[in-house]
Unconditional design. Structure first.
Length: 145
């Protein structure tokens, strides 16, 4: 089992972050996901959310056309970047995303959040990348480059 940080102070003391390589897109369509849709998740990072009324995929941009062939009515938000926070955290950690997203909000940067089992992630429009880098470097006292 991966050792995890059990409180905010511990997580912040070891937290690093990075922009995942590539560009991503968010697609929403009014149908349950098919097996072919699930196969779009085979190249990480990727995410799916299924709700009663909609399916949402967050996938690499080079997979969008494949999804649109099956779901031509899908809404698409493209040219997104993915931020990965590296330190694994237990579910007892309170306030990490609140801290980070509060600073993004103060800087006027809209974001989406993705929660893995042990790590948190954000996605945002590429046009906000440099401001996001400045915010994360300040808040987490590190820059991945």
């Amino acid at each position: 089992m991966v050792p995890t940080h059990g409180n905010l102070e511990s997580a912040l003391s070891q937290m690093s972050w990075r922009f995942e390589p590539g560009t991503f897109a968010l697609l929403g369509f009014l149908a349950p996901p098919s097996v072919a849709d699930l196969e779009l998740l085979s190249v990480p990072p990727a995410q799916i959310v299924t709700e009663a009324e909609q399916t949402t995929l967050l996938i690499p941009s080079d997979r969008v056309e494949e999804a649109l062939r099956r779901h031509p009515e899908a809404e698409v938000e493209g040219d997104l970047i993915w931020v990965r926070f590296d330190a694994p955290m237990s579910w007892d950690v309170v306030g990490f995303l609140a801290l980070v997203t509060g600073h993004f909000a103060a800087a006027g940067i809209p974001i989406g959040a993705v929660c893995g089992f042990r790590r948190d992630h954000l996605f945002l429009a590429r046009r906000h990348q440099e401001r996001a880098r400045a915010v994360l470097t300040k808040v987490l006292a590190c820059d991945p480059e």
